[in-house]
Design a protein around this ligand. Structure first.
Ligand SMILES: Cc1cc2nc3c(=O)[nH]c(=O)nc-3n(C[C@H](O)[C@H](O)[C@H](O)COP(=O)(O)O)c2cc1C
Length: 266
């Protein structure tokens, strides 16, 4: 491939979300620097570099955040909010996934739950889930995954740029996304994994507690928390797990000249 780095291409194809546990080893300081350097090289509007990061390796703070991640997961599942918000992304069979080629496929769950999983979006399904202790199980899994991570990364935006109804607010989200993709690719290159820890931000009181724990000042907006660590050679899958490795065929998302002309890109 002339002029194209196979290493970059491979790194892009290999990039994944880590659903499972990390090794307990702390992340080497030079690797933390590589991650931050990669983020800092991302494009941003007028080179404004609106991103800010907190590297969290203090076990007490990680433990507190883990417990908030667990609690928020349990609450969101128990209330039915999680499934209500996200049902359109769930695929329940290989055939459905093969047809859609997007979303996430719950392909790993304990045998007693399997007959109920398709009914999870109904009130009856939720009742069954509650009786079987699914909200607690998922919360505990989430808590353990976060607690067992040697490094958490909080991502913030400078509120001078991140003004949601201004153009700079829109632009700063692009910059942050580019910075995070640089981190994501670098992490893979270092034998590490990364996962977005989103449940605490969906429960406002949990999110506020994390802001207090991190002492986020009023001029910064806390945007996201990730967990990071080195990947074990073999991964044990969480009790309930999914895969999301499918991608849409090109002609469903690329067009030539006008939006009426799907591009097959054979
Ligand atoms: C804005 C955003 C939020 C996400 N939130 C979560 C999350 O809360 N938990 C999680 O495990 N993955 C999360 N992901 C990762 C996606 O689920 C994942 O990228 C997608 O399913 C494709 O899988 P892959 O990253 O392994 O290729 C998030 C990704 C983005 C960009």
């Amino acid at each position: 491939m002339m002029g194209v780095s196979m290493e970059l291409h491979d790194a892009i194809l290999r990039r994944r979300t880590t659903n499972g546990p990390f090794l307990p080893d702390s992340v080497r300081p030079e690797h933390q620097r590589r991650i931050i350097e990669a983020a800092s090289r991302a494009p941003s509007h007028f080179n404004s570099q609106p991103w800010r990061f907190v590297l969290i390796d203090d076990p007490d703070r990680i433990g507190r955040i883990a417990s908030l991640a667990g609690q928020s997961m349990t609450r969101l599942i128990e209330d039915g909010l999680f499934f209500e918000r996200y049902k359109r992304y769930f695929r329940f069979s290989r055939a459905e996934m093969d047809e859609r080629r997007d979303g996430i496929f719950i392909d790993h769950l304990p045998a007693p739950l399997r007959p109920f999983i398709q009914k999870v979006f109904s009130e009856t399904g939720l009742k069954v889930m509650r009786t079987l202790g699914v909200p607690e199980r998922l919360g505990k899994d989430n808590q353990e995954l976060v607690a067992g991570s040697p490094l958490l990364l909080a991502v913030m935006l400078d509120r001078e740029e991140y003004v949601p109804d201004k153009l700079s607010g829109f632009y700063s989200l692009f910059g942050m996304g580019a910075a995070m993709e640089n981190i994501w690719l670098t992490v893979g290159d270092l034998g590490m994994g990364i996962q977005f820890v989103s449940t605490p931000m969906e429960v406002p009181s949990c999110w506020q507690e994390i802001q207090n724990l991190l002492e986020v000042p009023p001029d910064l907006a806390l945007m996201a928390i990730y967990r990071l660590g080195y990947l074990p050679p073999e991964t044990r899958r969480p009790t309930i797990d999914w895969t999301s490795n499918e991608r849409k065929p090109y002609d469903r998302f690329v067009f030539r000249n006008t939006c009426r002309q799907p591009e097959p890109l054979a």
